[in-house]
Design a protein around this ligand. Sequence first.
Ligand code: SAH
Length: 213
Amino acid sequence: MRDTTRHQGKRRLLAKTVEEKGITDERVLDAIKKIPRHLFMDSSFEDHAYQDKAFPIAADQTISQPYTVAFQTELLEIKKGDLILEIGTGSGYQTAVLCEMGAKVYSIERQHELFKLTRKFLTKLGYRPKRLTFGDGYKGMPDYAPFDGIIVTAGAPFIPKPLLAQLKVGGKLVIPVGKQHQVMTRIVRTAPTKFEKMEYGEFRFVPLLEDKN
Ligand code: SAH
């Protein structure tokens, strides 16, 4: 668990790359500068950690590309203290970004191995999400709803209804929708029964898997 000035220098460059690709939210860029991404992957892959690329992690999953993490986070327009639900904890990198921005984070992961590893790892790094659970993201977390924002970090074949129901009025769902490739979609609940949808271009994610139990 080493973090050196060399790593910090690489992170500043990564944040600059992400900024040059169009991210303007300073708090997102600050989080990228601060979070030791190399510790979220196996130490033998350290050289890949500060490239703006997705990378394989345990259980056949991936740590999302930093630009994609930043893009989705920016769309959430987080304010300090917001309740944010993340679907797909994975490596915990996105979770850490949300924590750095002062959000109260709830996150769901369906792979037990990853859930256990990441829970331990985030604690070790000093991150304190409100709740990490092992379960099916399609269902959301009704016990802790409504949320100011919900972020889905895997490709969803359709928009799960329970997630819409768990948004506050004014809350936002940021979700990549599609099978082979995904269209980044943001849905804002503008009134109890009114939802406004905007699309933000194509991305590629691992699939949001339906319940295996
Ligand atoms: N946010 C992660 C991205 C991980 S990739 C990061 O920053 O590293 C997407 C994650 O979604 C994987 O860990 C995968 O296991 C998880 N996932 C897939 N289907 C899911 C579901 N139905 N519910 C919860 N998590 C799911």
